[in-house]
Design a protein around this ligand. Structure first.
Ligand code: GDP
Ligand code: IMO
Ligand code: MG
Length: 430
């Protein structure tokens, strides 16, 4: 059994990564976030209480796991301290359990402002971002003008660098977008204060991870977003600005390629997407509405209703290939309890031709229609099932169909949001 396990979103995010990480973290020593930022919304439900995690890894709700925010994350100090306060208000111990990479880039208030201005300027072509400043922060990183956590060490230096950045962004805000400039002094004061408050969390997390691995510790890599939101491999430009695929972990956490032994694809038993962009199996009818209501499909970060549709094996097969997925965790299966018939898309039809591999072109995607197989529903409440044997035969047929169509074994089945509503078909952690 594996020691270093990656958990990735196999679809468009919100597949239930938080729940699985929390579940597996009970046996893990370290949980690592390696990309994205506070655009993530990972829900964990423990004893009826709901926790929404954004920047803090979902291992925080377990007593023993150490939680790393790796170098690939874009770190928003404001969001981070808000989140910490909420966790502490809920009686969750966070002291000494969170470690922040000194190489992580910092999200500033101007990144959030620029996110909103760019979305507005896109008009009807908008991406539907979470407005957390993710894209603009990664833009600075790629452009090599971003500020990192290690830049906060020397305050006078930090002040100079940040000042120059605020001036540069104010040029864009006033000249390009014709808006009022941001208050420079206010930003400087705020972030210099954060620099002080962050000190206890900062370290070289790559060294920490390396040592944990040498000590044979169990490490969980917590993906954020999902494969189809990957900057390179997703439905560009309707994507996020990072690499949610498994390949994002080595770079985003500073470990060698090849260290990850198991890649668990967190996969909804149907499909959802929040924000704009192509979605071949989307249901704009009552069935889509029923999935939304039963799955409580409203964003954990923005509260937006999620678009819903049937399971798309073209997407999940693609995801299995680009992530090297070794196991599927099939989530929210209970949501389908009421349907007499369930449809599974096994291919797309494009201009009379069958397509089995997810196409790159958005134009092609928009012209694709789903080709469905119909599986009989089980029409039974499965939320109380705790073992594979207890699942209705018809539910097993559906799961096996998904295994056949995606080529990946389903090792975990989730039948409700709570920790105990989890069926382990095959253990993942030793
Ligand atoms: P993440 O971003 O991948 O961590 O997923 P989210 O937390 O954004 O969305 C998943 C939602 O589904 C959350 O509200 C979870 O509490 C909920 N959830 C997770 N697993 C199950 C399940 O098996 N059944 C049901 N009904 N809800 C689930
Ligand atoms: P978790 O980790 C679902 C989507 C946004 C938008 C696009 C770009 O909870 O699964 P961004 O703010 O990242 O620039 O927005 O990506 N998006 C997510 N959708 N789950 C997420 O995270 C997401 N994070 C970003 O809705 O379409
Ligand atoms: Mg989410």
């Amino acid at each position: 059994m594996a020691k270093n396990i990656a958990v990735i979103g196999a679809q468009w995010g919100d597949e239930g990564k938080g729940k699985v990480i929390d579940y597996l973290a009970g046996k893990a020593d370290v949980v690592v976030r390696a990309q994205g930022g506070s655009n993530a919304g990972h829900t964990v439900v423990i004893e009826g209480k709901k926790y929404a995690l954004h920047l803090v890894p979902s291992g925080i709700l377990n007593k023993n796991a150490k939680n790393i925010i790796g170098n690939g994350v874009v770190f928003d100090p404001e969001g981070f301290f808000d989140e910490l306060r909420k966790l502490e208000d809920d009686g969750i111990e966070t002291k000494g359990k969170i470690f922040l990479s000194d190489r992580a880039h910092i999200v500033f208030s101007y990144h959030k402002k620029l996110d909103a201005l760019a979305e507005n300027a896109r008009g009807t072509e908008n991406i539907g971002t979470t407005l957390k400043g993710i894209g603009p922060c990664y833009m600075d990183k790629i452009e090599r003008s971003g500020l990192r956590i290690c830049d906060m060490e020397d305050i006078s230096d930090f002040r100079t660098k940040l000042s120059a950045q605020i001036d540069a962004k104010n040029e864009i805000i006033t000249k390009l977008y014709k808006e009022e400039p941001l208050d420079k002094e206010e930003i400087l004061i705020k972030y210099i204060e954060y620099a002080e408050r962050l000190k206890p969390y900062v370290c070289d997390t790559s060294v920490m991870l390396h040592e944990a691995m040498l000590d044979q510790k169990t490490v969980l890599f917590e993906g954020a977003q999902g494969t189809m939101l990957d900057l390179d491999l997703g439905t560009y430009p309707y994507v996020t600005s990072s690499h949610p695929v498994s390949g994002g972990f080595p770079v985003g956490s500073g470990i060698g390629e090849g260290r990850i032994e198991e890649v668990v694809g967190i996969t909804k038993a149907y499909t959802t997407r929040v924000g704009e962009g192509p979605f071949v199996t989307e249901l704009l009818d009552e069935t889509g509405g029923l999935i939304r209501e039963r799955g409580n499909e409203y964003g954990a970060t923005t509260g937006r209703p999620r678009r819903c549709g049937w399971f798309d094996s073209v997407v999940v097969r693609y995801s299995a290939r680009v992530n090297g997925t070794t196991a599927t965790a099939l989530m929210l299966l209970d949501v389908l309890d009421v349907f007499p018939e369930i449809h599974v898309c096994y291919a797309y039809e494009h201009k009379g031709k069958i397509i089995e591999n997810f196409p790159a072109s958005l134009k092609t995607l928009q012209e694709c229609t789903p080709v469905y197989k119909t599986v009989k529903g089980w029409e039974t409440d499965i939320s109380g099932c705790r073992t594979w044997e207890e699942l209705p035969e018809q539910t097993k047929v559906y799961i096996k169909e998904i295994e056949t169509l995606t080529g990946i074994p389903v090792k975990i089945v989730s039948v409700g949001p709570r920790r105990d509503q989890t069926i382990i078909r095959e253990e993942i952690i030793s």
